[in-house]
Write a protein that binds this ligand. Sequence first.
Ligand SMILES: [Zn+2]
Length: 257
Amino acid sequence: MRVEILGCSGGIGGTSRRTTSLLLDDDILIDAGTGVTDLPLPALKTVDHVFITHSHLDHITCLPFIVDSVGEMRNTPLTMHATKETLEVIHRHIFNDDIWPDFTVIPSPENPYLCFNTLEVGRSVVIKHRSITALPANHTVPAVGYQIDNLDTGATMVFSGDTTTCPPLWDIINNIPDLRYLLVENTYPNSQREMAIHTKHFYSSLLLAEMKRLRVNPEILITNAKPVWFNQIEKELVQGAGARKLRMLLAETILDL
Ligand SMILES: [Zn+2]
């Protein structure tokens, strides 16, 4: 499985800073942040599934544009997968005929451009050789992370989405035998501790403390750093990681799973 990081920044500001979106092979997106804007139209058209972690704008920015841009080119609806709470918020606040057309009934209710699939934490969706499972997260709005398994090779990656400390997540991670990559957010440096607590994100020393729960040894890839704090976060985490394999994740990185 090929995993292309289209965006993994906590903000925008130049070509290296795009908000969260991961492309699995050529047909599955995890989140639909501004990283999606670089995909050419033929690549957008082949995306059949979008798994959303939560309803915050930096993770869904491009979803309305994808649906509108490729709807007429496709024969089947784009399927958006998310929990019931997240689906309801996005339907009510985005695809509401005020902000954007309700493409779940356009051009017709029988054959719309967009359809919804409700996820539950712990339940897997299998698409060809890939299994995608919603994982618990702890954020200011209902949120999940995702476990992504290559069923052919047995390799696994976990993406935390936006979260702060979340003990059930680490319990699950510790029971994954072949965890190759752990993509975990760290939005703020230690100097922004109050902001991190208020917005339910990780800051460096909190993530380093949480990592002590880890009993497996994946490569740890840091996502969602606010652009202005990127270098400070990198310094704090690399210093604190000790023997663990840890680096800041960048857009355009390709991971092999
Ligand atoms: Zn968020």
